[in-house]
Design a protein around this ligand. Sequence first.
Ligand SMILES: [Zn+2]
Length: 423
Amino acid sequence: MDTRIRLSRRLRALGALVAFAIAPAVVAAPGGTVEFHNAYWFDGDGFTSGSRYVIDGVITEALPARIDRREDLGGRWVVPAFAEAHNHNLQNAWGAGRWRDMYLRDGVFHAAMLCGDAEGNQAVREALAGRDAPRVVFTSCVSSSDGHPLRMALREYRQADPDTGPEVVHDRHYVVMDTPADVAAKWPLVQAARPDLVKAILLHSEDPTRRGDPAMYGVNGLEPEVLPVLVERARADGLRVAAHTESAADFAVAVGAGVDIIAHLPGYRFWPGKTGGDYRIDDATIAAAAARGVVVVPTASIAELVAGNDLEALAAVQAVQADNLARLKAAGVPLAMGSDRFDATSIVEYDYLLAGGLFDRRELLRMLSVDTPRLLQPDARVGCLEDGCVASFVALDADPLAADDAIHRIGARVLEGRVLEID
Ligand SMILES: [Zn+2]
C-alpha cells in the first residue's frame, strides 16, 4: 500500500513534531584512522569482543600503523546498520526533509522508496546531497492507466482542484503501461527517473471484473502479460524489478514473470468479496520462488494499520499471514525487512514479526541488518562488520539476541565511518 498521499495531512503535523524533537545529526570530527573498541561485534550469527579500525569509511580488522582517534563503545553490542526495503516517506523532497532524522535515529541507513518518479527522485537526491542520510534506493513506478496509486494521487490533487484529471498523474507520478507494447514505448520515462529498481503494480490481476468497475478506478494494476515484457526490458538495462502484489494470484504472476523482489505478502487486507483463500499462496508457487531466489518483503505490519479497530478483520488477515510466512520460511524463500509505514521505519516490522512468534531474534536481526542491506545495495559490502565492509553500524545498549527491545536502544551510530550525534 502506498500510504504517502492518503495520510499526508495528518502526518505533516506529526512530522513537524518529530522534526522539532530531534536535533539535527552532527558529524563528529572526521578523518584519519579511528579505533572503535570495547564492544561486541555481530558476525551474522553471534557476537565476538574486540576492536575495529575505520579508515576512509571502511572497516579494517588489522591493527593499523597509526591510530588518530579512539571511540569507546561502552561494552555495547554492535550490529550492521539496519535497512528498510519498502517505504515511501523519503520519496519526495518534503518527506526527505521531514523524515531523514527518523532514519538516522532508528539506525536505518539503507532505504528503498518504492514508488518513485523522475521529479521526486531528483528532488530527493538534491535534498540529501552532502548531508548525513540513509542511502536511498530509487525506483520508477509502473502501473496501468486505471491503476494504483492513481486514486490516491487524484484525491490529493482534487483537494485543491476538484476537476483534476488523470493526465496530471499519468506518466508523471508513475509510468502508465496498459499493453506489452507500452513497455518499449514508455521505457524512456522509466530511464528518466534514473532508478535503481523498477516497481511494478499488480492488484488482483486475476479478476477481470475490476477493470471497468468505477468503484475500482485508480486501484487496479498491470495486466499480467505486461509484466514479463517489463522484466525483460529492465534486465537489459541491468535493473531489478520489484512487484507490488495483493492476491495470491498476483504473487504467482510475479514469480512467473521473473521478478527479483515481491514487495508485499499477499493479504495484508482482504478486498470486498474476497476471502482468505484468495490470499493463500500455493505450495508450487512458493517452491518456484525459492528456486529462483525471489526475495519477499512481507510488510506484514501494515495489516494493523489497515485493520484499524476491526480486530476480527485483523485476526483473519493474521491467520493468512502466519500460514504464508511459515511456508515461505520452510521453503527457504529469502525474506527482507520493510514496513511500508509512512510514519515509521522497518523497526516496526521487526517488532511485528517478533511478536508473531514465527521468527526468533537472531533470524530477524539478520534480516534487518544483514540480508536487507545487501538486497538494497548488492554492489557494496554492507550488512557486515568484517575487513573491507562499509563502516555503517549501530551500537546497542542491550544484547539483541537476548532482549526483544534491544534494536530500539541505540547508544551510538556510525554512518560510513562518521560518528553521528543525535539527541
Ligand atoms: Zn508501498
